[in-house]
Write a protein that binds this ligand. Structure first.
Ligand SMILES: [Zn+2]
Length: 361
């Protein structure tokens, strides 16, 4: 059977609120409806939907709560931005409501995954039957500014959040993308509070010094849901990518890294006006391979596509039309000497193992 896939990063709620996307519709329907609209102009054509999840056997997605600070507002259309932690809090809560409605309205398509029991139920189907199946969603909070106090963590946990990435750009808690800096005093308290409650820590957007500090001191499960190795990114200089030191610490901590098949994460100088053909799935395979070579095995890397998260069809390798085409990486990895078992691990089982170890019973 074709291996199932787990994708560790998709901003579903952000897209639903910003562009009115309906992921129970097909990608073709969404593209048709959005022709010549601000959604395509600013984000490209959509590449994800439940139908595509079925086609590509995407069994589970880490679905984010995401809002940008006002200083990063991309245009008038960019509705999900905040100026204060109170506003961030409200936006994140609104996105949780979006997911709750999605589960209510489409129980056969989307299922919340908050515990090992939920995981077992979900994968009973995916592991043994051809489908269709609901795709499971694990809630990941990207950017910590919506957390107004450590006590609030109980409430976020109660509402189903299981993974927190404290940074996007710099936040109240730590340095972030393009805004270097260490963990703040509040950041240290946040990590303590997260560890006490059993959250996983996502270091994806954390500034290098913050990430290294967190890797040293966070006792709980750690991951990089969507981040590529700096050394493999053509023209790569951004602190959005992972240095070897961070990768090695993460591997020592039994962490897993989700590779992003976005052209600008393959070549930092790639611009939206450049041909898609300048990048390729081979480059994605090279990023995956790099992590495996450093780890000495194929057990610490997976996908974190971030598809529809600020980019779309026009901005991904030309072999791909939708998320279902992730399956095209199987023959590429196979040609590089990866076994079927390695490919199953990379496609989904590494993230599944992370979830089995980190989610409550
Ligand atoms: Zn991100």
């Amino acid at each position: 059977m074709t291996p199932f896939i787990i994708d560790a990063h998709q901003d579903l709620a952000w897209n639903m609120l910003t562009f009115g996307r309906d992921y129970s519709q097909t990608v073709a329907e969404t593209r048709q409806r959005e022709q010549d609209t601000f959604a395509v102009e600013n984000n490209g054509d959509s590449t994800i939907s439940w139908h595509e999840y079925q086609k590509g056997r995407i069994a589970l997605v880490f679905a984010t709560l995401f809002a940008a600070p006002h200083k990063a507002k991309a245009g008038e259309w960019d509705s999900e931005t905040y100026q204060t932690s109170r506003e961030a809090h409200q936006l994140y809560k609104k996105q949780l409501d979006v997911y709750d409605r999605l589960f209510d309205q489409h129980p056969n398509e989307f299922a919340p995954v908050r515990s090992n029991r939920d995981l077992t139920t979900l994968f009973e189907g995916w592991k043994t039957l051809p489908g269709p199946h609901p795709t499971g969603l694990v809630t990941l909070m990207e950017g910590g500014d919506g957390i107004r106090s450590i006590d609030e963590l109980d409430e976020w946990w109660e509402r189903g959040v299981r993974i927190i990435g404290p940074a996007w750009m710099a936040t109240y808690y730590c340095g972030g993308t393009r805004e270097p800096g260490p963990l703040t005093a509040a950041g240290h308290s946040l990590l303590n509070g997260m560890a006490e409650r059993g959250f996983s820590l996502d270091i994806s957007h954390m500034a290098w010094e913050s990430a290294l500090e967190a890797l040293d001191r966070y006792p709980g499960p750690i991951l990089a849901s969507h981040a590529n190795p700096l050394k493999m990114v053509k023209n790569g200089t951004s602190n959005r990518f992972l240095t070897d030191e961070i990768i090695d610490h993460l591997l020592e901590r039994d962490g897993t890294i989700g590779i992003v098949p976005f052209n600008r994460f393959l070549d930092q100088n790639w611009k939206n006006s450049d041909p898609r053909q300048n990048c390729s799935l081979e480059m994605v395979a090279t990023h995956i391979d790099y992590i495996c070579q450093r780890a000495g095995n194929a057990q610490h890397v997976g996908f974190g596509t971030d598809f529809d998260g600020g980019f779309g069809l026009q901005h991904i390798p030309p072999e791909m039309d939708t998320i279902a085409d992730l399956q095209k990486l199987a023959p590429i990895l196979s040609a590089r000497g990866y076994s079927d078992r390695d490919i199953e691990n990379i496609f989904g089982k590494n993230w599944l193992t992370h979830l089995e170890k980190s989610l409550p019973a």
